[in-house]
Design a protein around this ligand. Sequence first.
Ligand code: FES
Ligand SMILES: [Fe+2]
Length: 363
Amino acid sequence: MIRFPFNPDVTRAETPPARLYTDPVWLELESERIFARTWQLVGRTDLVASHGSYFTADIGRESIVIVRDGEALRGFHNVCLHRAGPVAHGAGCRKTMQCKYHGWTYSLGGQLLHAPEMEGTCDFEPANFQLQPVQVATWGPLVFANLDTKAPAFSTVLEDIPQRAARFAPERMQWVMRRDYDIACNWKVYVDNYLEGYHIPVVHPTLHKEIDYDQYRVEPRRYYSLQHAPLRPLPPLTGSAIGDRKYTPASADDVAQYYWLFPNTMLNIYQGQMQTNVIIPLGPDRTRTVFEWYATEPPDNVHTDARWQELVKFSDDIQQEDVEICEVVQKNLHSRVYDRGRYSAKRENGVHHFHALLHEFLT
Ligand code: FES
Ligand SMILES: [Fe+2]
C-alpha cells in the first residue's frame, strides 16, 4: 500500500515528502487515481457548436472525442471496438464516426452502425457494440470531460463558481490565443506555486507593486479554491500593465478572480477576459502548461493589438519568473538533505488544501 503522511491541521502539518515530486511511481498512481477520475478542461464549445462537429483530445494516455449530436454534447473514448483504431482525428464535422483502420462506422451516439465484411463471423451483432462513453460538461466557452463515468457531476466541482463569476459573463467570451510552456518540474511543483501569493514579494517584484499583498487571501472550498488578489489602490486614470485600471472596482472580487479546480485547471477571470491554464504532467520532472486567452471583445488581430501585446508580455514575464523558481525547486527536491517542510498557516492554506485532496485521492 502506497501512503504518504498528511496532517489536516495546517498549523501542525509538514509538506508532502519530496519523493511525491520525483518518483515515477507517484505519477503512475496520479494518472490512475487523479487524472482518470477528475474533470479535465479538454476544449471549447465553439468547436462543437453545430450537429456533427467534433474534436479529439487527450487525457493522459487516453484519447477521447467530443461530438455534438443535436442538442446533446457527447464524449467517447476514441478507441474502436474492433482492434483499437481511432474513430476520429483532429477536429471537423461528420454525420458518423468512421474508424481510420478498417472502417467500422459509429453513429454520433456511439452506436456501431456498420462493420464491413463481418458476415462470416458468428454471433456478431453490431447492435451490441457501443463506444465507451466519458462524462462531458460545459461552462462558458469551455468543455470539460471526465473519464470516470461515476465521478461527481461537474456542477458539484464548480459549486457556486457560475454565480460568483456571473458578473464577468464568461458565456459571452470568445477564444483569442494559446501559448504552451514546457517546464522542467513536476506538475505539482507548478500547482503548489500557483496556489500561494507568499512568493510574490520575492519572485515577482513588479507584480508585488500592483497588488495589495496584505489583503491577499486564499479561500479553499471542496474541490476548488479562489484567490482574492486585490489591486493596490491607485489614483484614477493611471494606466497599468495588468489591464485597464481606469475601472474603479466596487470590491476585490470585481477586479479579478483566480480559481483553481482540482487537480490541474486554473481560471483567471478579469473584466472582459479570461485566461485558462491547464497543467499537464509529461513525466515526473516535466510539465506542460497550456495558457489560453478568451475575451468578450476579442481583438481583430492579437499580434498587432498593442493592448493585447502588453498583456501577453506581462503574463510571459510573470510566467518566466515562476518557471525559473519551479525548475530550481524541482532540482532541489532531489537533494539528499531535503525531504519535507512546513507551511505558512497564513499564506499557504491553498497549498495545504491541494495536498489534502492529493492525500484523499491517492491513499
Ligand atoms: S480497428 Fe476500427 S475498424 Fe478495425
Ligand atoms: Fe508566481
